[in-house]
Design a protein around this ligand. Structure first.
Ligand code: ATP
Ligand code: MG
Ligand code: MG
Length: 343
Protein backbone atom coordinates (compact mmCIF):
# COMPACT_ATOMS: atom_id res chain seq x y z
CA UNK A 1 0.00 0.00 0.00
CA UNK A 2 1.05 3.59 -0.61
CA UNK A 3 2.13 5.57 2.42
CA UNK A 4 -0.52 8.20 3.03
CA UNK A 5 -3.32 6.16 1.42
CA UNK A 6 -4.00 3.80 4.35
CA UNK A 7 -7.71 4.58 4.41
CA UNK A 8 -8.17 3.82 0.73
CA UNK A 9 -8.07 0.92 -1.63
CA UNK A 10 -6.17 2.02 -4.74
CA UNK A 11 -8.08 0.95 -7.84
CA UNK A 12 -5.97 2.39 -10.67
CA UNK A 13 -3.58 5.20 -11.47
CA UNK A 14 -5.37 7.82 -13.56
CA UNK A 15 -2.44 9.98 -14.51
CA UNK A 16 1.19 10.70 -13.79
CA UNK A 17 2.82 14.10 -14.11
CA UNK A 18 6.09 15.80 -13.32
CA UNK A 19 5.34 16.37 -9.66
CA UNK A 20 3.00 13.57 -8.74
CA UNK A 21 0.19 11.32 -9.77
CA UNK A 22 -3.55 10.84 -9.50
CA UNK A 23 -5.15 7.64 -8.20
CA UNK A 24 -8.67 6.32 -8.49
CA UNK A 25 -9.39 5.08 -4.97
CA UNK A 26 -12.17 3.68 -2.82
CA UNK A 27 -12.46 4.89 0.75
CA UNK A 28 -12.47 1.87 3.09
CA UNK A 29 -15.07 3.41 5.44
CA UNK A 30 -17.53 5.36 3.28
CA UNK A 31 -17.02 2.96 0.29
CA UNK A 32 -17.16 5.82 -2.18
CA UNK A 33 -14.88 6.30 -5.18
CA UNK A 34 -12.62 9.38 -5.21
CA UNK A 35 -9.65 10.77 -7.09
CA UNK A 36 -6.61 11.46 -4.91
CA UNK A 37 -3.76 13.53 -6.33
CA UNK A 38 -0.37 13.05 -4.69
CA UNK A 39 2.09 15.91 -5.16
CA UNK A 40 5.41 16.85 -3.62
CA UNK A 41 4.74 19.38 -0.91
CA UNK A 42 6.00 22.71 -2.23
CA UNK A 43 4.62 26.20 -2.40
CA UNK A 44 3.10 25.25 -5.77
CA UNK A 45 1.19 22.38 -4.13
CA UNK A 46 0.15 24.67 -1.31
CA UNK A 47 -1.26 27.10 -3.82
CA UNK A 48 -3.05 24.33 -5.77
CA UNK A 49 -4.83 22.93 -2.72
CA UNK A 50 -5.67 26.32 -1.25
CA UNK A 51 -7.28 27.39 -4.50
CA UNK A 52 -9.22 24.18 -5.01
CA UNK A 53 -10.49 24.30 -1.43
CA UNK A 54 -11.77 27.82 -1.89
CA UNK A 55 -13.49 27.34 -5.26
CA UNK A 56 -17.11 26.24 -5.23
CA UNK A 57 -18.76 25.86 -8.62
CA UNK A 58 -20.61 23.11 -10.56
CA UNK A 59 -18.00 23.30 -13.36
CA UNK A 60 -14.92 23.06 -11.13
CA UNK A 61 -13.68 19.73 -9.74
CA UNK A 62 -15.03 19.39 -6.21
CA UNK A 63 -12.46 19.33 -3.44
CA UNK A 64 -13.00 17.04 -0.44
CA UNK A 65 -9.97 17.33 1.85
CA UNK A 66 -6.17 17.07 2.04
CA UNK A 67 -3.42 15.61 4.24
CA UNK A 68 0.28 14.77 4.10
CA UNK A 69 2.21 11.53 4.52
CA UNK A 70 4.68 13.06 6.94
CA UNK A 71 4.71 11.09 10.23
CA UNK A 72 6.20 14.12 11.92
CA UNK A 73 3.32 16.21 10.72
CA UNK A 74 0.76 13.89 12.22
CA UNK A 75 2.59 12.79 15.36
CA UNK A 76 4.76 15.55 16.78
CA UNK A 77 3.74 18.46 18.91
CA UNK A 78 3.01 20.59 15.88
CA UNK A 79 -0.13 18.59 15.48
CA UNK A 80 -1.29 19.82 18.87
CA UNK A 81 -0.57 23.38 17.88
CA UNK A 82 -2.92 23.20 14.91
CA UNK A 83 -5.38 20.64 16.23
CA UNK A 84 -8.02 23.18 17.15
CA UNK A 85 -8.05 24.35 13.56
CA UNK A 86 -9.13 20.81 12.55
CA UNK A 87 -7.88 19.20 9.38
CA UNK A 88 -8.27 22.39 7.40
CA UNK A 89 -4.54 22.87 7.49
CA UNK A 90 -4.24 25.20 4.54
CA UNK A 91 -6.43 27.88 5.95
CA UNK A 92 -5.25 28.13 9.54
CA UNK A 93 -4.50 31.54 10.87
CA UNK A 94 -1.64 33.18 9.02
CA UNK A 95 -1.55 36.34 11.11
CA UNK A 96 1.72 37.18 12.74
CA UNK A 97 3.75 34.74 10.64
CA UNK A 98 6.71 36.01 8.74
CA UNK A 99 6.96 35.57 5.02
CA UNK A 100 8.93 32.52 4.13
CA UNK A 101 12.01 32.82 2.00
CA UNK A 102 11.32 29.91 -0.25
CA UNK A 103 14.30 28.22 -1.82
CA UNK A 104 12.77 24.92 -2.81
CA UNK A 105 14.30 23.78 -6.07
CA UNK A 106 10.97 22.58 -7.44
CA UNK A 107 9.43 25.84 -6.76
CA UNK A 108 10.81 28.54 -8.96
CA UNK A 109 7.46 30.11 -9.46
CA UNK A 110 7.20 33.49 -7.82
CA UNK A 111 3.75 34.36 -9.03
CA UNK A 112 1.51 31.75 -7.50
CA UNK A 113 -1.51 32.66 -5.43
CA UNK A 114 0.36 32.47 -2.14
CA UNK A 115 3.04 34.98 -3.08
CA UNK A 116 2.73 38.16 -1.12
CA UNK A 117 0.64 36.53 1.58
CA UNK A 118 1.67 36.67 5.19
CA UNK A 119 3.12 33.22 5.24
CA UNK A 120 2.58 29.67 4.24
CA UNK A 121 0.95 26.83 6.02
CA UNK A 122 1.30 23.19 5.12
CA UNK A 123 4.52 23.71 3.23
CA UNK A 124 6.27 25.54 5.99
CA UNK A 125 5.14 23.41 8.89
CA UNK A 126 5.57 20.04 7.26
CA UNK A 127 8.93 20.80 5.72
CA UNK A 128 10.08 22.18 9.06
CA UNK A 129 8.95 18.92 10.62
CA UNK A 130 10.81 16.93 7.99
CA UNK A 131 13.96 18.94 8.58
CA UNK A 132 13.67 18.60 12.35
CA UNK A 133 13.65 14.82 12.01
CA UNK A 134 16.94 15.00 10.08
CA UNK A 135 15.54 14.28 6.68
CA UNK A 136 17.49 15.47 3.72
CA UNK A 137 15.10 16.29 0.92
CA UNK A 138 15.99 13.26 -1.13
CA UNK A 139 13.17 11.68 -3.09
CA UNK A 140 12.25 9.05 -0.50
CA UNK A 141 12.18 11.57 2.33
CA UNK A 142 10.04 14.14 0.57
CA UNK A 143 6.77 15.06 2.12
CA UNK A 144 3.77 14.48 -0.09
CA UNK A 145 0.49 16.29 -0.09
CA UNK A 146 -2.63 14.28 -0.91
CA UNK A 147 -5.59 16.09 -2.41
CA UNK A 148 -8.87 14.22 -2.30
CA UNK A 149 -11.43 15.23 -4.94
CA UNK A 150 -14.64 14.03 -6.50
CA UNK A 151 -13.93 11.30 -9.04
CA UNK A 152 -14.82 12.49 -12.54
CA UNK A 153 -16.15 9.27 -14.02
CA UNK A 154 -16.82 10.74 -17.46
CA UNK A 155 -13.08 10.95 -18.19
CA UNK A 156 -11.28 13.87 -19.81
CA UNK A 157 -12.09 16.02 -22.82
CA UNK A 158 -9.03 14.35 -24.42
CA UNK A 159 -10.92 11.03 -24.25
CA UNK A 160 -14.02 12.72 -25.67
CA UNK A 161 -12.08 14.19 -28.62
CA UNK A 162 -10.21 10.92 -29.30
CA UNK A 163 -13.43 8.89 -29.41
CA UNK A 164 -14.87 11.33 -31.98
CA UNK A 165 -11.69 11.44 -34.08
CA UNK A 166 -11.68 7.65 -34.20
CA UNK A 167 -15.31 7.73 -35.39
CA UNK A 168 -16.46 5.61 -32.49
CA UNK A 169 -18.85 8.41 -31.76
CA UNK A 170 -20.62 11.03 -33.85
CA UNK A 171 -20.16 14.69 -33.16
CA UNK A 172 -23.31 16.45 -32.06
CA UNK A 173 -23.26 20.21 -32.47
CA UNK A 174 -25.69 20.73 -29.59
CA UNK A 175 -23.48 18.59 -27.34
CA UNK A 176 -20.38 20.56 -28.39
CA UNK A 177 -22.00 23.89 -27.62
CA UNK A 178 -23.23 22.65 -24.28
CA UNK A 179 -19.81 21.32 -23.29
CA UNK A 180 -18.07 24.48 -24.47
CA UNK A 181 -20.62 26.62 -22.63
CA UNK A 182 -19.86 24.77 -19.39
CA UNK A 183 -16.11 25.18 -19.92
CA UNK A 184 -16.56 28.92 -20.44
CA UNK A 185 -18.85 29.13 -17.39
CA UNK A 186 -16.14 27.48 -15.24
CA UNK A 187 -13.46 29.79 -16.61
CA UNK A 188 -15.66 32.85 -16.11
CA UNK A 189 -15.93 31.84 -12.44
CA UNK A 190 -12.14 31.33 -12.11
CA UNK A 191 -11.55 34.79 -13.58
CA UNK A 192 -14.21 36.37 -11.37
CA UNK A 193 -12.29 34.88 -8.42
CA UNK A 194 -9.31 36.94 -9.65
CA UNK A 195 -7.34 33.87 -10.68
CA UNK A 196 -5.68 32.62 -13.87
CA UNK A 197 -5.70 28.86 -14.52
CA UNK A 198 -2.72 28.92 -16.94
CA UNK A 199 -2.99 25.27 -18.01
CA UNK A 200 -6.32 24.90 -19.78
CA UNK A 201 -6.25 21.98 -22.23
CA UNK A 202 -8.35 18.86 -22.91
CA UNK A 203 -6.35 16.78 -20.35
CA UNK A 204 -7.37 19.15 -17.59
CA UNK A 205 -11.06 19.33 -18.51
CA UNK A 206 -13.06 16.46 -17.07
CA UNK A 207 -16.64 15.16 -16.94
CA UNK A 208 -18.23 14.48 -13.58
CA UNK A 209 -20.74 11.88 -12.45
CA UNK A 210 -23.44 14.48 -13.14
CA UNK A 211 -22.33 14.48 -16.80
CA UNK A 212 -21.13 18.06 -16.52
CA UNK A 213 -17.79 19.68 -17.27
CA UNK A 214 -15.36 19.90 -14.34
CA UNK A 215 -12.25 21.99 -14.79
CA UNK A 216 -9.33 20.44 -12.90
CA UNK A 217 -5.55 20.65 -12.40
CA UNK A 218 -4.94 23.89 -10.56
CA UNK A 219 -1.22 23.08 -10.45
CA UNK A 220 -0.34 26.31 -12.25
CA UNK A 221 -3.03 28.60 -10.90
CA UNK A 222 -1.96 32.18 -10.21
CA UNK A 223 -3.41 35.40 -8.90
CA UNK A 224 -4.34 38.01 -11.52
CA UNK A 225 -2.57 40.81 -9.68
CA UNK A 226 -0.55 41.22 -6.49
CA UNK A 227 -2.07 42.49 -3.27
CA UNK A 228 -1.72 46.10 -4.40
CA UNK A 229 -3.51 45.36 -7.66
CA UNK A 230 -0.27 45.63 -9.62
CA UNK A 231 0.83 43.23 -12.38
CA UNK A 232 2.96 40.26 -11.34
CA UNK A 233 6.14 39.18 -13.06
CA UNK A 234 5.45 35.65 -14.21
CA UNK A 235 7.18 32.47 -15.27
CA UNK A 236 6.60 30.94 -18.70
CA UNK A 237 5.45 27.56 -17.49
CA UNK A 238 2.50 25.78 -19.07
CA UNK A 239 1.80 23.33 -21.86
CA UNK A 240 3.52 24.62 -25.05
CA UNK A 241 0.93 23.09 -27.43
CA UNK A 242 -1.87 25.13 -25.88
CA UNK A 243 -0.01 28.11 -24.43
CA UNK A 244 -0.77 31.66 -25.56
CA UNK A 245 2.11 33.50 -27.28
CA UNK A 246 2.48 35.93 -24.36
CA UNK A 247 2.57 33.14 -21.75
CA UNK A 248 5.45 31.63 -23.74
CA UNK A 249 7.40 34.83 -24.26
CA UNK A 250 6.46 37.60 -21.87
CA UNK A 251 6.94 38.29 -18.20
CA UNK A 252 3.61 40.04 -17.93
CA UNK A 253 0.33 38.51 -18.90
CA UNK A 254 -3.19 38.43 -17.52
CA UNK A 255 -6.28 36.19 -17.47
CA UNK A 256 -6.67 36.59 -21.27
CA UNK A 257 -3.93 33.96 -21.53
CA UNK A 258 -6.65 31.41 -20.61
CA UNK A 259 -8.82 32.42 -23.59
CA UNK A 260 -6.24 31.42 -26.21
CA UNK A 261 -6.18 27.66 -25.38
CA UNK A 262 -9.99 27.67 -25.24
CA UNK A 263 -10.03 28.76 -28.91
CA UNK A 264 -7.88 25.73 -29.76
CA UNK A 265 -10.06 23.46 -27.63
CA UNK A 266 -13.28 24.64 -29.29
CA UNK A 267 -11.76 24.01 -32.73
CA UNK A 268 -10.65 20.50 -31.72
CA UNK A 269 -14.13 19.70 -30.51
CA UNK A 270 -15.67 20.76 -33.83
CA UNK A 271 -13.16 19.50 -36.38
CA UNK A 272 -12.17 15.90 -36.95
CA UNK A 273 -8.39 15.41 -36.97
CA UNK A 274 -7.67 11.84 -38.01
CA UNK A 275 -3.95 11.46 -37.49
CA UNK A 276 -1.14 12.82 -35.36
CA UNK A 277 0.70 14.10 -38.42
CA UNK A 278 -2.41 15.94 -39.62
CA UNK A 279 -2.58 17.62 -36.24
CA UNK A 280 1.10 18.59 -36.29
CA UNK A 281 0.65 20.13 -39.75
CA UNK A 282 -2.53 21.96 -38.86
CA UNK A 283 -1.52 23.33 -35.44
CA UNK A 284 0.79 26.25 -36.41
CA UNK A 285 -1.82 27.43 -38.94
CA UNK A 286 -4.54 27.27 -36.33
CA UNK A 287 -2.45 29.24 -33.84
CA UNK A 288 -2.01 31.82 -36.60
CA UNK A 289 -5.82 32.01 -37.02
CA UNK A 290 -5.81 30.04 -40.29
CA UNK A 291 -8.37 27.25 -40.50
CA UNK A 292 -8.40 24.17 -42.73
CA UNK A 293 -10.50 24.37 -45.89
CA UNK A 294 -14.19 24.06 -45.25
CA UNK A 295 -14.05 24.92 -41.55
CA UNK A 296 -15.17 28.56 -41.83
CA UNK A 297 -18.00 27.62 -44.21
CA UNK A 298 -19.26 24.83 -41.97
CA UNK A 299 -18.91 26.83 -38.78
CA UNK A 300 -19.35 30.50 -39.66
CA UNK A 301 -20.24 31.84 -36.22
CA UNK A 302 -17.82 29.57 -34.37
CA UNK A 303 -14.89 30.42 -36.64
CA UNK A 304 -15.43 34.14 -36.00
CA UNK A 305 -15.39 33.56 -32.23
CA UNK A 306 -12.35 31.30 -32.43
CA UNK A 307 -10.43 33.81 -34.59
CA UNK A 308 -10.92 36.46 -31.89
CA UNK A 309 -9.98 34.04 -29.12
CA UNK A 310 -6.75 33.19 -30.94
CA UNK A 311 -5.77 36.82 -31.42
CA UNK A 312 -2.11 37.37 -30.64
CA UNK A 313 -2.94 40.58 -28.80
CA UNK A 314 -4.58 39.56 -25.53
CA UNK A 315 -6.59 42.81 -25.43
CA UNK A 316 -8.40 41.77 -28.62
CA UNK A 317 -9.49 38.46 -27.16
CA UNK A 318 -12.97 38.45 -25.62
CA UNK A 319 -13.46 37.93 -21.88
CA UNK A 320 -14.95 34.59 -20.76
CA UNK A 321 -18.07 36.53 -19.73
CA UNK A 322 -18.52 37.96 -23.26
CA UNK A 323 -18.10 34.56 -24.88
CA UNK A 324 -20.65 33.07 -22.51
CA UNK A 325 -23.20 35.78 -23.27
CA UNK A 326 -22.66 35.46 -27.02
CA UNK A 327 -23.04 31.68 -26.85
CA UNK A 328 -26.40 32.12 -25.16
CA UNK A 329 -27.48 34.54 -27.87
CA UNK A 330 -26.17 32.77 -30.98
CA UNK A 331 -26.90 29.20 -30.08
CA UNK A 332 -30.00 29.86 -27.98
CA UNK A 333 -28.62 27.84 -25.11
CA UNK A 334 -31.55 28.38 -22.79
CA UNK A 335 -31.63 27.26 -19.17
CA UNK A 336 -33.94 24.37 -20.05
CA UNK A 337 -31.41 22.84 -22.40
CA UNK A 338 -28.53 23.64 -20.10
CA UNK A 339 -30.04 21.83 -17.15
CA UNK A 340 -30.13 18.57 -19.11
CA UNK A 341 -27.30 16.05 -18.75
CA UNK A 342 -24.43 16.92 -21.09
CA UNK A 343 -22.73 13.56 -21.64
P1 ATP B 1 0.58 18.82 -12.30
O1 ATP B 1 -0.16 19.56 -11.23
O2 ATP B 1 1.97 18.44 -11.89
O3 ATP B 1 0.53 19.52 -13.62
P2 ATP B 1 -0.92 16.64 -13.55
O4 ATP B 1 -1.11 17.43 -14.78
O5 ATP B 1 -0.26 15.34 -13.67
O6 ATP B 1 -0.17 17.41 -12.45
P3 ATP B 1 -3.81 16.52 -13.13
O7 ATP B 1 -4.02 17.13 -14.45
O8 ATP B 1 -4.48 17.13 -11.96
O9 ATP B 1 -2.28 16.41 -12.76
O10 ATP B 1 -4.23 15.00 -13.21
C1 ATP B 1 -3.63 14.12 -14.15
C2 ATP B 1 -4.68 13.28 -14.85
O11 ATP B 1 -5.40 12.49 -13.89
C3 ATP B 1 -5.77 14.10 -15.56
O12 ATP B 1 -5.37 14.48 -16.85
C4 ATP B 1 -6.92 13.11 -15.56
O13 ATP B 1 -6.74 12.16 -16.58
C5 ATP B 1 -6.76 12.40 -14.22
N1 ATP B 1 -7.56 13.07 -13.17
C6 ATP B 1 -7.19 14.13 -12.42
N2 ATP B 1 -8.15 14.49 -11.55
C7 ATP B 1 -9.17 13.63 -11.73
C8 ATP B 1 -10.47 13.47 -11.13
N3 ATP B 1 -10.89 14.29 -10.16
N4 ATP B 1 -11.26 12.48 -11.59
C9 ATP B 1 -10.85 11.66 -12.57
N5 ATP B 1 -9.65 11.76 -13.18
C10 ATP B 1 -8.80 12.72 -12.77
MG1 MG C 1 -2.88 18.00 -15.87
MG1 MG D 1 -0.75 19.76 -14.77
Amino acid sequence: SISGLQNFKVITMLGEGGFGCVYKVKHIYDRKIYAVKRVILTRKADSEVMTLARLDHPNIVRYITCWTDSDDWTSNQERNQVSNTSSDVVTFDREGCEERDDDDEDDEDEDDVTSGMESLSVTESASAAAEASGNNRTDSSRTYLFIQMEFCEGGTLTDWIKARNQMEKQRSIVEIHKIFYEIITGVEYIHAEKLIHRDLKPDNILFGADGKVKIGDFGLVAAQTDQNGDPIERSNRGTPTYMSPEQKNKKNYDEKTDIFPLGLVWFEMLWKISTGSERVKLWPDLKGQRFPEGFSDSYQTESKFITKMLSHSPEHRPHAKDIKEKLEKFFSLDQNLLSQKTI
